[in-house]
Ligand binder design. Structure first.
Ligand SMILES: [Zn+2]
Length: 65
C-alpha cells in the first residue's frame, strides 16, 4: 500500500504522478519533455516576455474552431 508519488513537472510545474504508466516522467507530457530537451540540446532558453512557439501552439491547440 504505497502512496503514488507525485512530482512537479519541471517545465510547467503541474503535478504528475510518478508511475511507469507515464513514459514522460518527470514531465507531465511529451510536449513538456520535448520542449525541455529541445532547449537543453540547443543550449538556448526562451527569453522571458518574448512570444515563442509555446504561445502559438497553445493558441491553436486548446480551442477548436
Ligand atoms: Zn508539464
Amino acid at each position: 500500500m504505497t502512496k503514488p508519488l507525485s512530482v512537479a513537472c519541471p517545465k510547467c510545474e503541474k503535478q504528475v504522478v510518478w508511475s511507469t504508466d507515464n513514459p514522460h516522467r518527470p514531465f507531465c507530457s511529451e510536449r513538456c519533455k520535448l520542449i525541455d530537451f529541445g532547449a537543453w540540446a540547443n543550449e538556448e532558453h526562451s527569453i522571458p516576455g518574448e512570444p515563442d512557439l509555446n504561445d502559438l501552439s497553445s493558441d491553436y491547440g486548446d480551442e477548436q474552431y
